[in-house]
Design a protein around this ligand. Structure first.
Ligand code: ACM
Length: 513
């Protein structure tokens, strides 16, 4: 039994939300149980700086805290944040090492740097006070960050003191982390600030750089030289290819696979981490009960079926693929139960991708193993993993509906499909699939024999968007042995061209909201 890949990683974002040391250790325990060996720790970003740097105390005095509307509860304006002291970090590194896991630290530069610029405004080049980024609502329920107009999350790398700051921070990072690889981010740099800055434009001209991409490439090369001189290796997100890849850089391919393919063909090492397959902050079900998540649908089978060696690479080039890593960004993950729910069981699927030979992988076999054995193990480990059990109740189509918004009654047979012993309250979900018209629902009843035993009367709809489309079905008054019928009062909104499905969702997860 040998691992297929040397790099079997998970990334945890501790900036958007802060995890306590015991929470980080639990994350590491669960990784170890699945034979992951790289814990990529995303320690800095615009929403909070999380690592103590002794030379720059404001990074954690100022940059570790954000003014967060609706925190700790709706209507409040609390200060959200936290950071890890160097002593705490040493303890976590030793804890991971004892479990055969290397921690690769990430300090994201030169973008994603609101927290650094809020701490030391000169780093940002606008020379005015700035704030640590925050979410419009807490917990985040939609993909919206506050307006950044007039501010910058990008470091002014044209200033020698900014480059020196980066090196100073990396000195303390390297003193703490024995990892050969040091991740310097490099993603999503908002270069319009560089474009508008006279100082930056003069620097670009003076150094014969082509443009802002050239400046980013120049900056990453400085950092690459520095890390290399200290015997370490620079790792960065695939944007570091823009303007020319630094000489010794390793690329983490997140914007799909193309960055990784390009880097491998250039003879650079690569870790595959494409958001198109294995970003664990994306959704994993079509259940209306799944809590808010980053847009995107990456169910268990998509993660399991991801193949880290792209067919575009020949055998020689394929050797540059060090391995595979899934990332858990925490914009929507404010509590540990939700971290569990986003990470597991999809990380179990990724563990097999990272470990098993390609030929040995078979999703049906894997899922049978999950049902027979592994879900129980995750239960013993007290992981709040995502597990849904969807029961098909029926469908609607144009023949069930009328024109002119006339309300119809549709019935669905539920006999034998539910077990009162297991669950007394179930959620009936209406999900539109196609057609020109939405379905508007008025009322859902449950009949035991001829008797109505449960009614949920409220307006809901499902179409190109859905709202209040879940109805509660109460089984507590159901008589054993009687025929069970779901009766629905609904209409097609503006016509009968509407198709969709009716499901009973039981989420076996311990906590969903
Ligand atoms: C990333 O997801 N911005 C690396």
């Amino acid at each position: 039994d040998n691992p297929r890949f040397a790099w079997r990683g998970l990334m945890l974002d501790s900036s958007r939300h802060f995890q306590t040391i015991p929470e980080v250790k639990r994350f590491i325990d669960r990784m170890a149980a699945h034979k992951f060996n790289v814990f990529h720790w995303h320690l800095t970003d615009s929403h909070g700086w999380r690592i103590e740097i002794k030379k720059y105390p404001k990074l954690t005095e100022v940059g570790a805290w954000r003014n967060q509307p609706d925190y700790p509860k709706k209507g409040d304006k609390g200060r959200y944040g936290g950071f890890y002291t160097q002593e705490e970090i040493k303890d976590v590194i030793a804890y991971a090492k004892a479990r055969h896991i290397t921690i690769v630290p990430e300090v994201d530069m030169p973008g994603h740097s609101f927290a650094a610029v809020a701490s030391y405004p000169r780093l940002g080049g606008l020379d005015k006070p700035q704030h640590v980024d925050y979410f419009f609502t807490y917990p985040a329920n939609r993909q919206a960050f506050p307006s950044r107009h007039g501010f910058t999350d990008v470091l002014c790398v044209a200033r020698p003191e900014t480059v020196q700051f980066c090196k100073d921070v990396l000195d303390e990072v390297m003193a703490l982390f024995p990892s050969e690889y040091i991740h310097i981010g490099g993603d999503e740099v908002e270069k319009h600030v560089w474009k508008q800055s006279k100082e930056t434009q003069e620097f670009i001209k003076k150094n014969n750089l082509k443009n802002e991409d050239g400046l980013q490439s120049w900056f990453i090369q400085q950092i690459d030289n520095y890390l290399t001189s200290k015997g370490r290796k620079l790792l960065g997100w695939d944007e570091i290819l823009q303007g020319g890849l630094a000489k010794n850089a390793t690329v983490m391919s997140w914007q799909g696979e193309k960055g990784g393919i390009r880097a491998a063909k250039m003879g650079h090492d690569v870790v595959m981490s494409p958001q198109t397959y294995i970003y664990l902050d994306h959704g994993q079900s079509h259940s209306p009960l799944e809590p808010p998540h980053w847009p995107g649908h990456k169910p268990l089978n998509r993660v399991y079926n991801y193949e880290p060696i792209p067919p575009q690479l020949n055998a020689e080039e394929a050797k540059y693929i060090l391995g595979v890593q899934a990332n858990v960004w925490t914009a929507f993950i404010h509590k540990e139960w939700k971290l569990d729910l986003s990470t597991w069981p999809r990380a179990t699927a990724l563990a097999e991708v990272a470990w098993s030979p390609k030929e040995a992988r078979d999703y049906n076999k894997f899922y049978t193993f999950m049902k027979q054995k592994h879900f129980k193990r995750l239960d013993y480990m007290e992981i709040n993993y995502w597990r849904e059990n969807t029961i098909d109740v029926g469908n609607w189509s144009p023949k069930d509906l009328k024109q002119n918004n006339e309300v119809v009654t549709m019935t669905f047979d539920l006999t034998g499909k539910v077990d009162k012993q297991k669950s007394e309250k179930l959620d009936l979900a209406f999900t539109y699939t196609s057609g020109a018209h939405a379905l508007r629902i008025k009322e859902v009843s449950l009949l035991s024999g001829n008797k109505t035993v449960s009614v949920d009367q409220h307006d809901g709809h499902t179409g190109s968007s859905s709202k209040n489309n879940i109805y509660s079905v109460d089984l507590s008054k159901v008589q054993a042995g009687e025929k069970l019928t779901i009766s629905v009062k609904a209409y097609g909104d503006g016509g009968n061209s509407s198709n969709g499905k009716v499901t009973l969702d039981t989420i076996l997860t311990k906590r969903v909201n």
